[in-house]
Write a protein that binds this ligand. Structure first.
Ligand SMILES: CC/C=C\C/C=C\C/C=C\CC/C=C/CC(=O)SCCNC(=O)CCNC(=O)[C@H](O)C(C)(C)COP(=O)(O)OP(=O)(O)OC[C@H]1O[C@@H](n2cnc3c(N)ncnc32)[C@H](O)[C@@H]1OP(=O)(O)O
Length: 280
């Protein structure tokens, strides 16, 4: 079922790229530069861009529409100060019915497949904390620019008594390699901006959003003279192994998620974690 918000997002980004515009959606704001065709997609689900089914669906629709409308590139960012995304919305995973959990997980899978495999050049403009699913979003883009040195990024799932699914892990391996991924994931490490830069989890650390946009322009500029098809196919080949695993194992992955997340001790842990976040 299409929600009103998703409809607004879809309708807005179907408008021609004559002008930059905002979708007016509180969840996903899209502005397309009419000169370059680059879209800035900003997540805006208060308070922390928790990735619930609705936001994941809105992102998925946005990625689809940008491709259909021949955007030339995408910058994925946030409109919430100091927050990129707090990752998966824990309330969706706590006490969810099997039907809702399945829908949530399948929407996450679809969004990731779309983002990871888009032929568009993609930049994550990380203007806030990016734990867990927030880190996944950033890692799925081709280039990562963090704004300001006070934020953290990483897959901290083990700290919550969870584990990062294989495709989350493989995405990180493809960026920082198996050794560093194992060290980071087994300890649930959240990297400071400096640490992330040193290890290659982010590509640039800049002081302002203006600088980050300039870095993004420079990145997109790399492809000015490269035929889109050649670029897209190359990206496909480089990403094929990580992507193919999920494409071939979606049902299995969903079962693993459902079985693990519904374990009584996992649910208890999630409940306590949610409480601890609310008590802060
Ligand atoms: C044996 C193994 C068993 C099981 C394995 C099970 C499954 C395996 C398969 C899948 C694994 C599932 C994968 C999960 C990936 C994830 O993404 S999990 C989410 C992890 N995220 C985090 O740990 C981040 C938690 N949040 C924070 O650290 C901070 O909130 C943050 C730094 C982002 C922002 O800080 P701040 O600005 O100070 O805000 P607050 O902390 O005050 O938060 C404001 C309100 O937002 C609520 N909130 C925060 N994060 C979340 C969240 N992820 N989901 C839902 N709600 C969140 C917080 O409670 C506050 O709510 P309030 O306003 O008080 O009501």
């Amino acid at each position: 079922m299409t929600t009103v918000l998703q409809h607004v997002v879809r309708r807005s980004i179907l408008r021609p790229f004559a002008k930059s515009f905002s979708s007016g959606s509180p969840l996903v704001d899209v502005q397309v530069n009419d000169k370059t065709g680059v879209a800035i997609v900003k997540m805006g689900r208060a308070p922390v861009n928790g990735l619930n089914t609705e936001l994941l669906g809105a992102l998925n629709d946005t990625f689809d529409s940008l491709e259909k409308n021949k955007a030339t590139g995408m910058i994925l960012s946030s409109s919430i100060p100091n927050i990129y995304s707090a990752g998966l919305d824990i309330s969706e995973m706590y006490n969810g019915t099997p039907e809702n959990l399945t829908k949530f997980w399948n929407t996450l899978q679809s969004m990731w497949i779309n983002l990871y495999s888009t032929p568009l050049p993609t930049v994550a403009l990380i203007n806030g904390n990016a734990p867990a699913g927030g880190c996944l979003l950033a890692m799925s883009c081709e280039y990562r620019v963090m704004v300001g040195s006070k934020f953290v990024i990483g897959l901290n799932e083990t700290q919550l008594g969870l584990f990062a699914p294989k495709w989350f892990q493989d995405t990180m391996v493809s960026i920082i390699g198996p050794r560093q991924t194992e060290l980071a994931l087994t300890s649930g490490k959240l990297f400071s901006a400096q640490e992330a830069l040193k290890i290659g989890l982010i590509d640039e650390l800049v002081a302002s959003e203006e600088e980050a946009l300039a870095s993004s322009d420079k990145f997109f500029g790399l492809f000015k003279r490269i035929p889109g098809y050649a670029r897209g196919q190359t990206k496909n080949f480089v990403r094929a192994e990580v992507l193919d695993w999920l494409l071939k194992n979606r049902e299995h992955d969903t079962k693993v998620f459902l079985n693990s997340i519904q374990l009584p001790h996992v649910q208890k842990g999630l409940g306590l974690y949610l409480q601890s976040l609310k008590k802060k």
